[in-house]
Design a protein around this ligand. Structure first.
Ligand code: ATP
Ligand code: MG
Length: 332
């Protein structure tokens, strides 16, 4: 059976990269797979969080899933900390994961900053928890942005190592699904850095909650170069910021990058940015409106999350019982 698991961290609010690189693809996949979409709140704790803001962001991420088109009646939507199996399986996996595998992870190197010794153990162990998230449900497919490819490979390695050690075919090796034109949306301020929730500058990203004025201002201020847009993808590839804006345009408009470029070849950035802004507002404002409407009724959101967690827990409990028996842990 094919089963999808994916999640987003409630660190700040979701942005255009999260939407184009992952969330939008989830919406299409819900028709073909059994899907589990998690708000990975335990992952958010790997960097310092303000407690009341974290609680608000957990509901906001769940609202974004639903507003983007994930149907809570057909898919499981819940927050990670409500299902204890994630942490339990992560511990068992951490006892089967060589530190050398984690030392290779580039996200830790980027997020830990210069003082690696002061980074939290949880930030280092993040990919092990991510492997547990996926394998707790024996998910076969994981739709993510390109930045998560390395963590997915580690999840496959952990699944394989566990299966070999216990000589049992317990876990499938989950496949990454990196889909669409915008698998790595870059920062609006720096074409060499990916757009991230954790970037200090709010001008680096377009949030799903930004209104038309905020979107217009951020696109206007987005870093570009003085030349008009080129006609070929080869020329575009040499200009990181221009390339990123054309990628965003193509993804929002659901056309290829070449078609997006042909439409605007020779245009000045001010003309292209005005078009991009209109397109972004047209595509995002229905999601923002729906999100705001959902956030107006937190009790209903909590009810959806509770229902999702109960169902997720049924699957998780089965896996944990199986794993505990295989490992030799007593279940009195
Ligand atoms: P943080 O900075 O807190 O890590 P993030 O922006 O990287 O936040 P995550 O919650 O870590 O967001 O990732 C959620 C999903 O969005 C993942 O599937 C990830 O691959 C995808 N994603 C994140 N950033 C981008 C991006 N810039 N372009 C495309 N996909 C992205
Ligand atoms: Mg991230």
């Amino acid at each position: 059976m094919n089963r999808i698991f994916s999640g987003m961290q409630p660190t700040r609010l979701l942005h255009l990269g999260n939407y184009l690189g992952a969330l939008r693809n989830w919406v299409a996949l819900q028709d073909q797979y059994e899907c589990i979409f998690c708000v990975v709140d335990l992952h958010a704790l790997t960097l310092p969080q303000d407690a009341p803001t974290l609680t608000k962001n957990i509901r906001a991420v769940a609202a974004a899933y639903i507003a983007a088109g994930i149907d809570p009646d057909r898919n499981l939507i819940y927050n990670q900390s409500a299902v204890s199996g994630h942490s339990e399986l992560a511990w068992i996996f951490s006892c089967h994961t060589p530190m050398g595998w984690l030392n290779r992870m580039t996200q830790f190197k980027e997020k830990a900053g210069k003082q690696k010794d002061m980074a939290a153990l949880g930030l280092y162990a993040y990919p092990v928890l991510m492997a547990a998230d996926i394998l707790l449900y024996k998910a076969t497919h994981v739709p993510v942005g390109e930045d998560q490819k390395q963590h997915l490979e580690l999840a496959r390695d952990i699944a394989g190592a566990f299966n070999r050690f216990y000589e049992k075919d317990v876990f499938p090796l989950p496949e990454p699904q990196i889909l669409g034109e915008a698998t790595r949306v870059m920062s609006l301020r720096d074409g060499t850095k990916k757009m991230s929730k954790s970037d200090e500058s709010d001008y680096s990203r377009i949030n799903l909650t930004d209104d038309a004025d905020a979107i217009a201002l951020k696109i206007r201020k987005a870093k570009t170069d003085p030349e008009p847009l080129p006609a070929t993808l080869e020329e575009l590839a040499k200009r990181a910021e221009a390339d990123n804006l054309v990628t965003i345009y193509a993804a929002l408009e659901n056309i290829s990058k070449q078609d997006a470029l042909s439409r605007h070849a020779g245009a000045t950035f001010s003309a292209f940015k005005a078009d991009l802004c209109d397109l972004a507002v047209a595509k995002l404002s229905p999601i923002t409106d729906k999100m705001n409407q959902l956030l107006g009724d937190p009790a209903e959101l909590d009810r959806i999350l509770r229902k999702g967690a109960d169902k997720a827990n049924e699957i998780a409990a089965r896996t944990m019982a199986e794993v505990k028996d295989i490992v030799g842990l007593l279940r009195p």
